[in-house]
Ligand binder design. Structure first.
Ligand code: ZN
Length: 336
């Protein structure tokens, strides 16, 4: 099932904008639009629940039920299919008629992709599924840039926004601006004192007391736990420690994001979990993000799951582009 891979983050952004356009253009009250809105909201809920965006696909029965607010088995498969197919057709006609207005609206809001409803071809006994995908607007500089990406480079995408584990949630809610950032850094400082203080006291007394050991161990555990949070302030993105997310996610990145500005013009930052992934331009394998070793120490790099030492790429979460780190005549001649 060759489904085009979509970036969860960009899908959310484009979806919100399409909803705004539908409302502002007065089309939101038209019945077939409910199908798009329902599909978008369902996809958005999936992403918010930490589900891999590739799994946000829905059958006719599911869509029929969501749009009508009914149970899934209440309508016969034939009624459900007809309802979804008819409304999808009408929705697509409506968008086609208003294409210029939509594209102009998106461009005006610096959005260079529109969302379309796509479906998996029904193959044999597999059920047909509907999902949302992104389509570049014609002739925008950004779309041209994406199309012109060197074929040897990796295009990364946000595949999933994993839900943090219960004990990691407070860190994700933290917006690092002004006094809150100060309190956070003071906390780290207090922990360092908690580690060093008792040891210095013990040296002065020339004996080790029980409370020395308690304080040092507790501080050490706390320090070890929140160290990645401190590091991400410094490095912007790093491998998230396992304790932050559930077992269903193999590996995730911890990322510091700019989410806005204070009135005084200071940038507000927030920490989040994300799973970035790409496709290997050499072999088509999955490129996953790992800690670089040896000559790539201190960086995150993209490693192809099929050739983890050879098919490796740089990783830039801002541009979402990776360039080959092993450059030699062979790879240059086989690709592109
Ligand atoms: Zn590869």
């Amino acid at each position: 099932m060759a489904v085009e891979k979509v970036d969860a983050e960009e899908l959310l952004k484009a979806g919100q904008m399409m909803q705004d356009w539908l409302r502002e253009s007065g089309n939101a009250t038209v019945r077939p639009v409910d199908l798009f809105i329902s599909l978008y909201e369902k996809t958005r809920d999936y992403i918010a629940q930490g589900v891999n965006v590739d799994d946000a696909q829905f059958t006719v029965a599911e869509l029929n039920a969501v749009v009508k607010g009914k149970g899934e088995g209440e309508d016969s498969p034939e009624v459900a299919r007809k309802y979804v197919v008819d409304n999808l057709k009408k929705y697509q006609e409506l968008v086609a008629e208003n294409r210029e207005s939509l594209d102009a609206y998106l461009r005006q809001h610096d959005q260079h992709q529109r969302i379309v409803i796509a479906s998996t071809e029904s193959q044999g006994r597999h059920k047909k599924h509907y999902y949302l995908k992104l389509e570049p607007l014609a002739d925008t500089p950004k779309a041209e840039k994406a199309a012109a990406l060197d074929p040897r480079y990796v295009q990364y995408r946000v595949k999933q926004l994993p839900r943090p584990a219960l004990w990691a949630k407070p860190f994700m809610a933290l917006t690092l601006a002004g006094w809150r950032r100060g309190v956070f850094l003071a906390g780290i400082f207090a922990l360092v004192i908690g580690l060093a203080g008792p040891l210095i006291h013990a040296l002065i007394l020339k004996k080790l007391l029980v409370w020395h050991l308690y304080t040092v161990s507790l501080s050490a555990i706390a320090f070890y736990t929140i160290r990645p949070i401190y590091d991400v302030l410094d490095r912007s993105i790093l491998k998230a420690p396992d304790w932050m997310y559930g077992l269903s996610v193999p590996s995730a990145q911890l990322e510091l994001r700019e989410i806005g500005e204070t009135d005084a013009g200071r940038t507000i930052r927030q920490i989040r979990l994300a799973v970035y992934e790409g496709e290997c331009p050499i072999c088509g394998g999955r490129v996953i993000i790992e800690d670089g070793k040896r000559e790539f120490k201190g960086r995150l790099i993209g490693e192809c799951s099929r050739a983890r030492a050879e098919h490796i790429y740089s990783f830039d979460h801002i541009t979402k582009v990776g360039v080959p780190l092993r450059v030699n005549a062979y790879y240059l001649s086989t690709v592109g």
